[in-house]
Design a binder for this molecule. Structure first.
Ligand SMILES: CC(C)(COP(=O)(O)OP(=O)(O)OC[C@H]1O[C@@H](n2cnc3c(N)ncnc32)[C@H](O)[C@@H]1OP(=O)(O)O)[C@@H](O)C(=O)NCCC(=O)NCCS
Length: 370
């Protein structure tokens, strides 16, 4: 009998991401995350995931031009966004908007490698605009058009906060590189199941966004930020965590299905959080996070996951809370699309079995006799 939640089950082969559970090391297409995170641009990482190799300068230039070309939304999207009540979560808007975009793409039902690469490129370019337009439709007007130059991360930061700041953009970029891919996490697996029916790429991405939203998955970065804001100050952190653990509650930002030791992505993000808090001369949040980390190690033997210190960094960058998980989408869409393409290039329908534990055979009794 498999463990609940398919724990430890290998369900297929993939050449995209390698997680070594014993050493905790992580590689995208053979490259260590430590080398990619702080030394590659997000555009290079996205290219690597989709095209299977790091780009040359010429390939990178042409990829950036493709992304810039696709950085626009069909006219129909704006009136659609304006009909959405302001209480709706941005993740729900994104999920529906991606579905909507699928309906406007004449190549929607073409699962060929070339069509999928083109659709993936288009979606990667459009997600930052979708987030921006969705915020704009509910709050004060923000800039609607991407900057004519600059990095993907710089543009994302600008479209979400209206800020142009290369140092902040670099911090955001590192988080995008870390979030881009993580093998068969729940949202990627969901996307692959959908893609395996030869359903369209937009549909598979919409399913992935729906899956990422949950607080046990991508929604955790927003939930961590809410927790940190609720605790408020380092002096209260230890007792707050103790009281939650006494009540048998889970502490968001801790634990991982696959990584039971340190996660190299968290190590990088923690270092960035520490550096950023010193640079901003605002160390209270980081101090509080460290106390929580220490308390969780002592009480539960659990390590922080990537979402924990990412939330600290995003709070220090003054990124709006509602965009934390959508930013995860803006990055993980690269991994999702690489998996959807890999699945459809070598497709076999994903259709596992369940072990039946329901009632044994029962005789049907007509309604009037029940
Ligand atoms: C990520 C997560 C869903 C993985 O869950 P999982 O592999 O099913 O882990 P399990 O539910 O088997 O947990 C094993 C034990 O650790 C405990 N545990 C796991 N995560 C915990 C957490 N965040 N806080 C407190 N206890 C936790 C469980 O209660 C369980 O203890 P028990 O054996 O005494 O009952 C889980 O760690 C969690 O809920 N984390 C918080 C949400 C989060 O940060 N999600 C982002 C993930 S990247």
């Amino acid at each position: 009998m498999p463990k609940p939640g398919l724990e430890g089950i290998v369900v297929g082969e993939s050449a995209i991401c390698q997680i070594d559970e014993t050493t905790g090391s992580l590689r995208y297409r053979g490259y260590l995350i430590e080398e990619l995170a702080e030394h590659a641009t997000f555009e290079e990482v996205a290219y690597l995931l989709l095209h299977e190799h790091l780009p040359s300068s010429i390939e990178l230039q042409s990829w950036q031009a493709e992304l810039e070309h696709a950085e626009q939304l069909p006219n129909l999207v704006r009136p659609f966004l304006q009909t959405i009540p302001s209480s709706v979560h941005l993740m729900d808007i994104l999920r529906t908007a991606v579905s909507f975009l699928g309906m406007t793409d004449p190549d929607n039902n073409n699962p060929s490698h070339e069509a999928n690469i083109r659709k993936a490129t288009s979606l990667i370019a459009k997600i930052p605009l979708l987030i921006s337009w969705a915020i704009q439709a509910r709050h004060d007007p923000l800039p609607l058009q991407p900057l004519s130059q600059g990095s993907f991360a710089g543009n994302l930061l600008y479209l979400i906060t209206g800020t142009i700041d290369p140092d902040k953009a670099k911090e955001l970029e590192i988080s995008l590189n870390l979030y881009a891919e993580h093998e068969l996490n729940a949202s990627t697996f969901a996307a692959r199941v959908t893609a395996s029916t030869l359903a369209d790429l937009y549909g598979a991405v919409a399913v992935a966004i729906a899956t990422l939203k949950g607080p046990l998955h991508g929604g955790a970065n927003e939930a961590v930020a809410v927790m940190l804001q609720t605790i408020g100050e380092p002096e209260k952190a230890k007792s707050w965590i103790h009281s939650r653990l006494t009540g048998k509650e889970r502490i968001t930002g801790f634990g991982h299905r696959v990584l039971k030791h340190e996660d190299p992505r968290t190590t990088i993000m923690k270092r960035r959080a520490e550096g950023l808090s010193q640079k901003l001369a605002d160390t209270r949040l980081y101090e509080m996070a460290e106390i929580i980390e220490q308390t969780m190690k002592e009480e539960k033997g659990l390590h922080p996951n990537l979402d924990f210190y990412t939330a600290v960094v995003y709070l220090l960058l003054s990124i709006p809370l509602e965009t934390f998980t959508p930013i995860f989408v803006a990055s993980r869409i690269t991994g999702w699309c690489a998996h959807i393409i890999e699945q459809q290039d070598h497709n076999r329908l994903i259709r596992p079995r369940a072990s039946y534990i329901g009632p044994s055979s029962r005789d049907f009794i007509p309604l009037h006799c029940r």
